[in-house]
Design a protein around this ligand. Structure first.
Ligand SMILES: Cc1cc2nc3c(=O)[nH]c(=O)nc-3n(C[C@H](O)[C@H](O)[C@H](O)COP(=O)(O)OP(=O)(O)OC[C@H]3O[C@@H](n4cnc5c(N)ncnc54)[C@H](O)[C@@H]3O)c2cc1C
Ligand SMILES: *[C@@H]1O[C@H](CO)[C@@H](O)[C@H](O)[C@H]1NC(C)=O
Ligand SMILES: *[C@@H]1O[C@H](CO)[C@@H](O)[C@H](O)[C@H]1NC(C)=O
Ligand SMILES: *[C@@H]1O[C@H](CO)[C@@H](O)[C@H](O)[C@H]1NC(C)=O
Ligand SMILES: *[C@@H]1O[C@H](CO)[C@@H](O)[C@H](O)[C@H]1NC(C)=O
Ligand SMILES: *[C@@H]1O[C@H](CO)[C@@H](O)[C@H](O)[C@H]1NC(C)=O
Ligand SMILES: *[C@@H]1O[C@H](CO)[C@@H](O)[C@H](O)[C@H]1NC(C)=O
Length: 525
């Protein structure tokens, strides 16, 4: 059973009293032994693992999704704290600050660049693992839920539907993604054209700030509540739990997956799709996956088959969708279909927290105007027919996405036609595969440059890409001027406001990583 925010607050006062009776030291360098003994005051030893402990490796690897960051190179955590109570989070932050040990928070471990558990810049850090803080409480009367950051999207989908089949939640298409990182960066999925991002449906949150205080919506202030809903993980504090609004879905929805090769007008259909998909009715989400030289048009429709056939006939007759393509099912089963490509499995697969691991590199873009057919022809023949070709995903915006102001949350990319993702994943190890995969994906990224958004070339922060630039520390904090290079690609005009919030809530830049938000220098206010 999860504690309610109120009991957590009582515990907090208790913890801070104990901690504040100790002498504080403001040493700038890290004191790992001091940190460990500080932790041990409030955290059971079995929840604290160092590299010499037996279960350090299995705990570290338990939710590592991208095997690239298990290769030799990146720095691993000095300590892992597997918090199972909110006070453990507070203690870790307070002890970390006192002893100069920065922390990285991990919820689901799906960061594309491994930032929750590895440092490519060789910074020392402790990892705070939230996997045990994953309780979910649905209030079926109000259609709301409190969900721990350590829960997965699949667990949230399952719990929502178990409370009432007409409850859904707009979030990503991969059930093993963690709620903590996902909601922190936005959260886009099959319901986003109807209901927006996950972050658009957050109504409260419990956060541990840089001083170890436990805050909720009414105590954290508007700016921090704005920043945590899309400003990207890590920068502002540790979000322990989120209160979300569940959204209405019909008892029966319809899905289809229609595959077309190059000899079946795939290129022509994709070219048409670009203008059609973002302006379809909000109840209809139609994405494209291109893999093995075939384009699959995958759809979720919030209604029955017969109505879907009519809607597709009216808007996109060229695809030739018919009743035979329809599969009717519950919404929760549609989330199974979207990930596994089949709904022929029980909904309980959503509760399996083990993710399929592989080596991964992703680059992504936003598209403002349809790419010309000739560009698609060349992309296909010059890049997609190569053996290293990745999975390419086209996800339409429009609908609710376009009706939310770009400054309502830190996620500014509301008005594009669609997002374009080059998702390269492989199972073989070694630098040979790595080099050829990286050069393929960087090459294709260069190829599409003339056709995608410019000034900035917009990127969604949950599709983290360290090629865009990494932070540099100047004085004692991350440089704002340097961070703008990547920061404005993720956040456009909202980047400055995020930096201003950072200077208020974490001026000493305790919460930092290769792409965390830097404090705004006072000269720029
Ligand atoms: C297979 C796969 C499929 C995906 N599909 C989608 C999709 O359909 N739609 C979409 O929008 N995105 C998708 N993503 C991207 C995903 O949303 C992000 O990678 C997200 O940040 C992962 O969250 P996490 O908790 O699993 O990751 P983590 O690696 O645990 O965390 C990600 C970042 O957030 C920070 N963080 C984690 N928890 C907290 C917390 N509680 N408080 C503060 N900071 C925190 C971490 O330090 C790290 O910087 C996908 C990723 C993968 C690997
Ligand atoms: C947290 O873990 C400790 C050590 O395993 C255990 O004794 C304790 O009961 C756990 N607390 C919760 C709330 O699960
Ligand atoms: C589920 O929600 C719907 C719509 O809010 C409501 O009419 C229905 O009574 C609920 N069903 C159950 C079993 O609670
Ligand atoms: C938020 O915290 C305040 C102060 O501790 C408390 O009075 C209030 O009830 C909390 N709000 C919620 C929604 O938990
Ligand atoms: C297109 O090519 C695929 C595989 O090469 C083949 O299976 C399919 O029948 C072809 N379709 C048409 C319409 O020629
Ligand atoms: C990499 O591949 C080699 C050869 O197949 C294998 O022996 C080795 O165990 C692999 N290493 C890892 C880390 O998977
Ligand atoms: C950095 O921190 C140290 C110690 O906390 C302080 O003395 C120094 O003035 C700081 N430097 C800057 C540039 O802020």
């Amino acid at each position: 059973m999860a504690r309610t925010p109120t009991t957590i607050l009582h515990l907090l006062l208790f913890t801070l009293c104990i901690l504040s009776t100790q002498t504080t030291s403001s040493s700038a360098s890290s004191d790992i032994n001091g940190f460990l003994s500080c932790l041990s005051i409030n955290i059971p030893p079995s929840l604290i693992q160092t590299p010499s402990s037996n279960s350090y490796s299995s705990l570290l690897l338990s939710t590592v999704q991208n095997l690239r960051y298990t290769l030799p190179g990146p720095t691993r955590p000095l300590v892992i704290v597997a918090a199972n109570e909110t006070t453990h989070v507070q203690t870790t932050v307070v002890c970390g600050r006192r002893h100069g040990v920065h922390i990285r928070t991990r919820s689901g471990g799906h960061d594309y660049e491994g930032l929750s558990y590895a440092s490519v810049e060789h910074k020392h850090f402790a990892m705070l693992d939230l996997a045990k803080l994953r309780s979910i409480h649905v209030d079926a009367i109000r259609a709301e839920a409190w969900v721990g950051s350590g829960a997965t999207l699949g667990e949230l989908y399952y719990a929502a539907a178990a409370a009432n089949q007409t409850f859904g939640f707009p979030a990503g298409n991969c059930p093993t993604v963690g709620v903590g990182g996902h909601l922190s960066g936005g959260g886009f999925g099959a319901l986003s054209r109807k209901y927006g991002l996950s972050a658009d449906n957050v109504i409260d949150a419990v956060v541990v700030d840089a001083q170890g205080r436990l805050l909720n919506r009414s105590t954290m202030g508007k700016d921090l509540f704005w920043a945590i809903r899309g400003g990207g993980g890590e920068s502002f504090g540790v979000v322990v739990s989120w209160k979300v609004r569940l959204v209405a879905v019909p008892e029966t929805v319809t899905v289809f997956g229609i595959r077309r090769g190059k000899n079946e007008s795939a290129v022509e259909l994709i070219t048409k799709w670009q203008a059609i998909a973002p302006s379809l009715p909000r109840d209809l989400y139609l994405r494209v996956l291109i893999q093995n030289q075939q384009a699959t048009f995958v759809s979720l429709f919030l209604g029955r088959c017969s109505q879907l056939v009519d809607t597709m006939g009216a808007h996109f007759p060229e695809l030739g969708m018919t009743e035979k393509d329809c599969q009717e099912m519950s919404w929760v089963k549609s989330t199974v279909f979207f990930f596994f490509g089949t709904a022929d499995m029980p909904a309980e697969v959503l509760l399996d927290r083990r993710s399929q691991n592989y080596y991964l590199k992703v680059k992504s873009d936003h598209v403002e105007e349809p790419m010309p057919r000739g560009a698609w022809e060349s992309l296909w023949s010059e890049w997609l027919e190569k053996p290293e070709a990745a999975l390419v995903m086209l996800d339409p915006y429009g609908g609710r996405m376009a009706s939310i102001s770009p400054s309502a949350t830190p996620f500014p990319h509301r008005n594009y036609l669609y997002q374009l993702q080059f998702y390269s994943f492989w199972f073989e190890n070694g630098t040979v595969a790595l080099d050829s995969r990286l050069s393929w994906i960087r090459g294709v990224y260069k190829f599409v440059e003339p056709y995608v958004s410019k000034n900035p070339r917009a990127v969604y922060v949950n599709y983290r890409d360290l090629d865009l630039g990494t932070n540099e520390v100047e004085g004692n904090v991350t440089s704002y001027a340097k961070a703008r290079v990547w920061g404005e690609k993720y956040f456009k005009g909202n980047f400055k406001r995020l930096a201003a919030v950072k200077s208020k809530v974490d001026p000493e830049d305790f919460f930092r990583n290769e792409q965390s938000i830097p404090p705004l220098p006072s000269s720029r206010w």
